[in-house]
Design a binder for this molecule. Structure first.
Ligand SMILES: *[C@@H]1O[C@H](CO)[C@@H](O)[C@H](O)[C@H]1NC(C)=O
Ligand SMILES: *[C@@H]1O[C@H](CO)[C@@H](O)[C@H](O)[C@H]1NC(C)=O
Ligand SMILES: *[C@@H]1O[C@H](CO)[C@@H](O)[C@H](O)[C@H]1NC(C)=O
Ligand SMILES: *[C@@H]1O[C@H](CO)[C@@H](O)[C@H](O)[C@H]1NC(C)=O
Ligand SMILES: CC(=O)N[C@H]1CO[C@H](CO)[C@@H](O)[C@@H]1O
Length: 577
C-alpha cells in the first residue's frame, strides 16, 4: 500500500517560531532582494509593511506579553484607499510579525473604509476596538469590535458588534467630520468616556461621549474642549502624565498628581496642550491653549502626524507612535510600491518644569546598536568639518553633545522668540550660513563630495539677558533630485546653554532622520531621498559653521542592525505519492 506522506512547505526559508505559529520573511525578502538601487529608501529598523500604503497607527496596546500595532492600510496599492486595519505584533517593539488584517471594510457601517480608532482594555483584560467607519452613505460613524477568542494572545480575529454603528452623526453633527475615537477612560461614576474629533463652524473640537456598557453612548452637551483658532481636529488623544515625571500613567488613572495632555492633529502637525482635568465634572482647564501666542507645543516640528499613545503596563510607561508620511509625490510612491513609515516608538514624560513633554526612543531600540565610534572633548574650530567614520552612516544611531565656551559671542539680533517662526529662521539661516555661535551640528546622509547632505544643527542667539537655542533640520541640500520636498524644519529648545550642554540624538535609517534635541525637549523628523548618499556611499560629519569654536563634549555613534520584520506565512500542503 502506498503511503501518502504529507509535508508542509513554507513559502520562504527563514522561519521564526512564535507561539507555535510559523512565520517567514515572505514579501519582505522579495523586496530586500531587489537591489538597494531599486529600493534605496526602504528602512531597516523602522516599522513598515512589505508593500503598499500605510497611514495612522491605530489601537496600539500591550496584551498578555505582546505588543499589538494596528494601522491604516490599503491592501491593493501604494496610495490611500480601501482602508483596512492591518495588524502586527511584537515582543520588544523592535522586531515585528505581520498578521492577517483585524478589520476589513465589508459591512454597511464601514463599507467605505475602516478608519482610525483606538483600543481600550476593559476590566478583566478584555480589549475592545472603537473605530470610525465610512458607511454606505459615506457618513462617518463609530463602530465597536471585540476579539473572537480572548484566550488567543495574538488576537488574530476580531468580531464587529451587531449594534454598529454605536455612535452616529445625529443632532446636527457634521457627518464628514466625526472621527477617530480615543482610548476610553473610566470616571469615578463608573461610566466610560471617549473623545471624538469633530468640527463645528469650521473649528476643531473634541466631543465627549459616555457609556456604561461600551455599546450605548450618549454625547455630553459640552465638548471636552474646543478652539476658535484651528480647523478640524483629527486623531485626538487624551491622557494623564505624572508630575514627578518618572513613569507613565494608565489612561483611567485618576491620580491627582498628574496633568492631562490633549493632543489634536491639524495643519499637518500634532499639537498638544497641558491642563488639569476634573473627572467628576469632566472639566478640562488648560494651562495655555492651542495657537496661543508664545506657545507652540508640538510632538515633533517635522514630518509627524496622526499619532497615538498607549500605556505599557509591563514597563509602566506611555508610548507614542506616529505616521511618518513620505515627502515625495504619489507617482514616486507608486514606483517604489509603498508609502509611509511609523516613527520609532517614543516614551512620553512631563518635563521637570511641567511646561512641556519629553520624548525619547524606547530603550529596546538600543539592542540594534552594533559597531560604534566615540569622541570626547574634541574642539570644532569655527568653519570646520570633521568626518566621523567607522560606522554605517545610512543606518545609525548618533548621540552628541556640545560645550560652548564662547556663548557670550552669540548674535544678539533675535527679538522675542514667541514672535518668530523658528522654521522660517532655519530657512533664512541654513547650515551654510556663517553665524557666530552656530550653526554647528551634524551632517547626515551626506555624499562624499557633500553635494548631498541633511544638516541637523543648533544656532544660539542672545535675546535680552537670555540665550535662545534654535534647532534646525535642514533638508535644502538633502537630495540632488528635483522632486522631493526640501523644506527646513525648526524649533526653539527650552534650555539654558549657560548651564546645560546642547545635546542631540539622531536616528538615521536610509530615508528618515528622527532627531531629538535637548534630551527630548524638541523633536524633528525629516524624510529625505538622497541619490548619491545611499548605503555605503553615505557619510557622517560633525560641523561648525559659526565664527567661534565649539567643543564636542562627547559623540557616540553606532551602526544599527536590521530589525526582523516578517510576515505570517501561508503554509502550503503538498501531497506526494
Ligand atoms: C482560542 O485560542 C486558544 C489559544 O490560542 C486556542 O487554544 C483555542 O483553541 C482557541 N479557541 C477557539 C474556539 O478557536
Ligand atoms: C470663540 O470666539 C468667540 C468670539 O469670537 C468667543 O466669544 C468664544 O468664547 C470663543 N470660543 C472658544 C471656545 O474659544
Ligand atoms: C563601543 O564598542 C566597544 C567594543 O568595540 C565597546 O567596548 C564599547 O563599550 C562600545 N561603546 C559604547 C559607548 O557602546
Ligand atoms: C513627482 O515627482 C517626480 C520627481 O520625483 C516628477 O518627475 C513627477 O513629475 C512628479 N509627479 C507629479 C504628478 O507631480
Ligand atoms: C481591489 C479593490 O477592492 N479595489 C477598490 C479600492 O477602492 C476603489 C474605490 O476607492 C475601488 O474602485 C476599487 O475597486
Amino acid at each position: 500500500m502506498k503511503i501518502k506522506s504529507v509535508i508542509w512547505v513554507v513559502d520562504f526559508c527563514i522561519l521564526l517560531l512564535f507561539n507555535g505559529i510559523q512565520f517567514s520573511h515572505g514579501d519582505d525578502r522579495k523586496l530586500q532582494s531587489a537591489s538597494s538601487e531599486q529600493q534605496p529608501y526602504r528602512t531597516a529598523y523602522h516599522f513598515q509593511p512589505p508593500k503598499n500604503w500605510m497611514n495612522d497607527p491605530n489601537g496600539p496596546m500591550y496584551y498578555k506579553g505582546i505588543y499589538h500595532l494596528f494601522y491604516q492600510y490599503n491592501p491593493y496599492a501604494a496610495v490611500w484607499g480601501n482602508i483596512s486595519w492591518a495588524h502586527s505584533i511584537s515582543y520588544d517593539l523592535v522586531n515585528w510579525i505581520h498578521l492577517d488584517h483585524a478589520l476589513n471594510p465589508e459591512d454597511p457601517s464601514d463599507i467605505n473604509g475602516c478608519w482610525s480608532g483606538s483600543t481600550t482594555l476593559l476590566p478583566g483584560e478584555k480589549p475592545v476596538i472603537l473605530y470610525t467607519g465610512s458607511d454606505t452613505k459615506n457618513q462617518q460613524v463609530q463602530n465597536l469590535a471585540v476579539p473572537k477568542n480572548l484566550s488567543d494572545p495574538l488576537l488574530m480575529e476580531w468580531v464587529k458588534s451587531s449594534h454598529n454603528p454605536v455612535m452616529a452623526p445625529i443632532d446636527g453633527l457634521d457627518p464628514d467630520n466625526f472621527r477617530d475615537p480615543t482610548t476610553a477612560w473610566q470616571g469615578p461614576d463608573g461610566l466610560w468616556r471617549v473623545l471624538i474629533g469633530n468640527q463645528m463652524n469650521g473649528h476643531g473640537r473634541a466631543l465627549l461621549y459616555r457609556s456604561k456598557d461600551f455599546v450605548t453612548w450618549s454625547r455630553s452637551m459640552v465638548p471636552l474642549h474646543s478652539s476658535n483658532k484651528t480647523g478640524m481636529w483629527e486623531c485626538p488623544d487624551f491622557y494623564p502624565v505624572a508630575i514627578d515625571g518618572k513613569y507613565g500613567v494608565e489612561t483611567s488613572s485618576m491620580d491627582e498628581v498628574t496633568k492631562h495632555v490633549l493632543k489634536a492633529s491639524f495643519n499637518n502637525h500634532d499639537y498638544y496642550i497641558l491642563g488639569n482635568y476634573t473627572p467628576t465634572t469632566d472639566e478640562f482647564s488648560v494651562d495655555t491653549d492651542f495657537m496661543d501666542s508664545g506657545s507652540d507645543l508640538r510632538y515633533d516640528y517635522g514630518q509627524f502626524y496622526a499619532s497615538k499613545s498607549f500605556f505599557d503596563s509591563s514597563k509602566k510607561r506611555r508610548i507614542l507612535w506616529s505616521w511618518i508620511q513620505e515627502s515625495e509625490n504619489a507617482t514616486d510612491d507608486i514606483k517604489k510600491g509603498w508609502s509611509g513609515l511609523q516613527s520609532i516608538p517614543r516614551t512620553i514624560l512631563l518635563s521637570e518644569s511641567g511646561k512641556q513633554l519629553i520624548q525619547w526612543p524606547v530603550e529596546e531600540i538600543e539592542q540594534l546598536r552594533a559597531e560604534n565610534v566615540s569622541l570626547q572633548s574634541k574642539e570644532l574650530k569655527g568653519g570646520s568639518l570633521l568626518e566621523v567614520s567607522g560606522i554605517t552612516a545610512s543606518q545609525a544611531d548618533i548621540e552628541v553633545s556640545f560645550d560652548l565656551s564662547n556663548i557670550n559671542e552669540a548674535e544678539p539680533e533675535l527679538m522675542d522668540p514667541s514672535w518668530i517662526d523658528p522654521q522660517i529662521l532655519c530657512s533664512q539661516k541654513p547650515a551654510s550660513f556663517r553665524g557666530n555661535v552656530g550653526p554647528f551640528g551634524i551632517l547626515v546622509l551626506a555624499s562624499k563630495d557633500l553635494t548631498e547632505r541633511t544638516a541637523i544643527f543648533f544656532h544660539i542667539f542672545r535675546s535680552h539677558d537670555k540665550y535662545v537655542v534654535l534647532m534646525c533640520s535642514d533638508k535644502s541640500r538633502s537630495s540632488l533630485r528635483e522632486g522631493p520636498n526640501k523644506v527646513s524644519y525648526g524649533a526653539f529648545i527650552d534650555i539654558d546653554p549657560q548651564i546645560e550642554k546642547i545635546s542631540l540624538r539622531s536616528l538615521i535609517d536610509h530615508s528618515i532622520v528622527e532627531s531629538f534635541g535637548g534630551e527630548g525637549k524638541a523633536c524633528i523628523t525629516a524624510r529625505v531621498y538622497p541619490m548619491l548618499a545611499i548605503d555605503k556611499q553615505a557619510y557622517l560629519y560633525a560641523f561648525n559653521n559659526g565664527k567661534f569654536d565649539v567643543t564636542i563634549a562627547s559623540l557616540n555613534a553606532w551602526s544599527m542592525k536590521k530589525a526582523h520584520i516578517a510576515s505570517a506565512s501561508r503554509r502550503r500542503k503538498l501531497h506526494l505519492n
